[in-house]
Design a protein around this ligand. Structure first.
Ligand SMILES: [Zn+2]
Length: 780
């Protein structure tokens, strides 16, 4: 027997409270760890999650236990049991110490079962506010912008909604950025005009990308916005932490203009790379302009002079512990925590919160004349203001002045904004609303390069969303951006790479498989789904494999491990895996003795297509809806829990469907003109096909009879492959070997090819001619 006695003299701070040792013998012997714990009044343990199962035995005091943001009152004596991975903490709201003993042990099977849960872990039944970073309206949105926060937020919200969550996409334009004022100066317009015209362009581009936020605030036009921002700023000042301080600043050597943000650049004091005023895009660290190495003005050439100025200032370093605790509440990726570690290793971080400017919102405090509230305060403020305005629309009492612990906030942002999102904004929340424990997930992306170089508007090294997006290619672009967006490292966009993925993956593999599957269902069953028959071991294994793909996709799109790179790769993996299965099954597909097994194989391929339609919905909503319709299914609105077969008797219409267009068909520039020169314009492909078949048969058997099948004419499978290649090269139609060796006659095949021609031609005509010009312009 081992006895442990509580000793108030031997407590140590841990998890934000006081812990004392409990000796239960070695953990490896007994499997259980334990500790005495004391939570003083007004304190709480640090929110955290872990894989162990844990039990609190509370023997004195009262307060709240908070699990995944849900508060439950507790009064001693009481026992509380936690599941693995639940975010939990104990909050002492009473006026005397809470004493409890915690027991924890690792139950691996239980943790393994909890980890892949697709339900509402951490999100519960809370409203989920998903923010795409507010763009600065000093330009439109290019492919780099779109690939990052905007596509991320849209797919995230779509997936959450398919799982029944109350999720909202909130967006804004960051009108009062100094970069808008600078753009206005360059364009000879007013900042308001600039903000409005680019805000309109940004909205159009998002719509063209099939991204429709639930709430968009244009900060310079929103009635009530400035007043609410001033009230927020006043709460910061009233805290006593934000005060007027004289500090060093840079001024233009000739005009005396205050230099910050777009008006100054130099060597980053943290990493040495070229940085702009106030932030370094490379290492993510803020600077104070005066600490830039060899600072250079962006207007004029006079050497900046250093002076001093009185501004409202926040000693950010004093909030270090609060911010580190904040990063333990939600999903803060390692790179976010690493940046915080770097920033808080500095001794002091005195951040100016007001700056001299004519563009922005002035504080009601009139003791800093000519200064505006720093626009980066608007970022954090703007998020909760967006929640309030959305709430007004929905009839919900969500208020900036009273943010709620049950709000689940998710941010999508570029790495260069990490400091403002994940450190500066939560610091402001801590000061303005000390009682609020904001629960925020950060989804951060790196830079996307274009042809190996940074997107640059000034050098015209850019592909604007409005120039490339059309209703016909939006899903192909969403797929390619999902596949290649810079999630863990910088990645590169090239038009050639995009074209190749569309041609080889979406048209050459996905569409070809679906078309072929549709043709087989037509040939075998007249276009109606038959029930599965006899199952072989390989059939069972393939069903299990489909379940695995569903698991991978659920994990890749879910809140804990969201990654569009992985989701797009898994969608393709699902198709590739199905093609492999299909190729194996093809050997017996036409043998009457195995028709019941063939029924099962085709039912499984159709189940794979149905799974593809549902799982592609967050990434490629148009394709998903069209594929579902072709399979006789409703538009995918729910995320599947299981892989299911399409009910027998369902009519499907998959053959010949054009979901994706080859962006520039093989055979050189202008695919359609290449085709026009090799095939007759009147659409009668029989003479041409007869010639090609004669070639493939190597002249054996004379002129083929149009009413014969190719098999009857003596075509073997090797010759069929050669023929398939010829047809693809010269007409762009990708006809399955099955079709070539099936029971279609030569004349019927010619007709089928003409149908393909027609469909591809129709689709191509809907793409405005100037799109192609824009491609060329950008690539050159
Ligand atoms: Zn740097």
């Amino acid at each position: 027997m081992i006895i442990s006695t509580y000793d108030p003299e031997h407590l140590h701070p841990s998890f934000g409270i006081d812990l004392g040792d409990v000796d239960l013998g070695p953990v490896e012997a007994f499997g259980v760890g334990a500790a005495f714990a004391r939570v003083p009044p007004g304190r709480h343990s640090d929110p955290h999650q872990h894989d162990e199962t844990e039990t609190f035995v509370i023997f004195k005091g009262q307060g709240d236990i908070v699990v995944d943001s849900k508060r439950t009152p507790i009064t001693a004596p009481m026992v509380v049991q936690f599941e693995p991975f639940e975010t939990h903490y104990l909050d002492n709201t009473g006026d005397s110490d809470i004493f409890f003993t915690t027991f924890y042990w690792r139950d691996s099977p239980r943790a393994a079962k909890k980890a892949p849960r697709t339900d509402r872990r951490r999100f519960d039944d809370r409203p989920i506010f998903v923010f795409s970073t507010p763009p600065t309206p000093n330009g439109g949105l290019h492919i780099g912008h779109l690939s990052g926060p905007y596509l991320g937020t849209d797919a995230f919200v779509r997936f959450q909604r398919m799982n029944g969550a109350e999720a909202y996409h909130l967006a804004a334009t960051d009108d009062f950025q100094s970069y808008v004022a600078e753009c206005a100066r360059q364009e000879g317009r007013s900042p308001q005009e600039v903000a409005e015209s680019y805000a309109a362009e940004i909205s159009e581009t998002l719509a063209a990308m099939d991204i429709h936020p639930d709430q968009v605030n244009h900060t310079s036009k929103e009635p009530g916005y400035s007043g609410a921002l001033q009230a927020f700023f006043t709460r910061l000042v009233d805290s006593g932490l934000v005060t007027r301080q004289e500090g060093p600043a840079l001024f233009d050597g000739e005009t005396g203009q205050y230099l910050y943000e777009p008006y100054i650049g130099g060597g980053c004091p943290a990493c040495g790379n070229e940085a702009g005023g106030n932030i370094c895009e490379i290492c993510g660290e803020p600077n104070f302009c005066v600490d830039l190495a060899d600072p250079q003005p962006t207007i004029g050439t006079a050497t900046p002079r250093q002076g001093t100025i009185e501004r409202y200032t926040l000693p950010l370093h004093e909030l270090r512990d609060d911010l580190l605790a904040h990063h333990a509440v939600g999903r803060a990726p390692a790179k976010v925590r690493e940046l915080a570690n770097r920033i808080f290793s500095r001794e002091r971080m005195d951040m100016a919160l007001t700056h001299p400017s004519d563009w922005g919102v002035r504080p009601v405090q009139d003791d800093v004349p000519g200064q505006v509230i720093w626009v980066w305060i608007e970022l954090g403020f703007g998020f909760i203001y967006g929640i309030e305005t959305l709430g007004r629309k929905l009839g919900k009492d969500w208020r900036v002045s009273d943010p709620q612990d049950n709000w689940k906030i998710v941010h999508f942002l570029g790495y260069d904004n990490t400091f403002y999102h994940s450190i500066f904004s939560p610091a402001l929340y801590k000061i303005a609303s000390p009682g609020w424990t904001p629960d925020i997930d950060y989804n951060v992306n790196e830079f996307y390069l274009l042809d190996g170089d940074k997107f640059s508007t000034s050098r015209r090294h850019v592909i604007w969303g409005k120039d490339i997006l059309t209703p016909d290619n939006v899903d192909a672009i969403r797929f390619y951006l999902s596949l290649t967006r810079p999630e863990t490292r910088r990645t590169n966009f090239t038009l050639e790479g995009y074209d190749a993925v569309v041609r080889q993956t979406l048209v050459g593999t996905w569409q070809r498989w679906l078309d072929d599957l549709g043709s087989r269902v037509e040939r075998h069953y007249g276009g109606t789904v038959r029930d599965a028959g006899i199952w072989t071991p390989e059939h069972t294994a393939f069903l299990a494999s489909l379940e695995n793909w569903l698991g991978v996709l659920t994990n890749a799109l879910g809140q804990d491990g969201f990654s569009l790179n992985r989701a797009a790769a898994a969608l393709d993996g699902l198709v590739t895996d199905t093609l492999r299965f299909s190729a194996f099954e093809a050997a017996t597909a036409d043998l009457p003795d195995w028709k019941d097994e063939t029924r099962t194989a085709i039912a499984l391929e159709l189940a794979a297509a149905k799974l593809l339609a549902r799982c592609a919905a967050p990434v490629m909503p148009r394709f998903a809806a069209r594929l579902a319709a072709a399979l006789g299914q409703e538009e995918p609105a729910q995320w599947p829990k299981l892989v299911t077969l399409i009910p027998p008797g369902t009519k499907i219409n998959l053959a010949g469907q054009v979901f994706f267009l080859d962006p520039a068909p093989a055979g050189g520039s202008g695919g359609s003109s290449t085709r026009a020169s090799t095939v007759p314009a009147d659409g009668d492909l029989l003479p041409w096909l007869t010639g090609v078949v004669t070639e493939a048969l190597a002249g054996e058997g004379g002129e083929p009879d149009p009413e014969s099948t190719l098999v009857a004419l003596g075509l073997n499978s090797m010759q069929a492959i050669a023929l398939q290649y010829q047809i693809l090269q010269r007409t762009g139609a990708d006809v399955a070997i099955d079709d070539l060796l099936g029971d279609r006659t030569l004349a019927e095949l010619a007709e089928l090819l003409a149908k393909h021609e027609q469909a591809a031609g129709d689709a191509a005509e809907t793409v405005p001619a100037n799109k192609a010009t824009n491609h060329a312009e950008v690539v050159v």
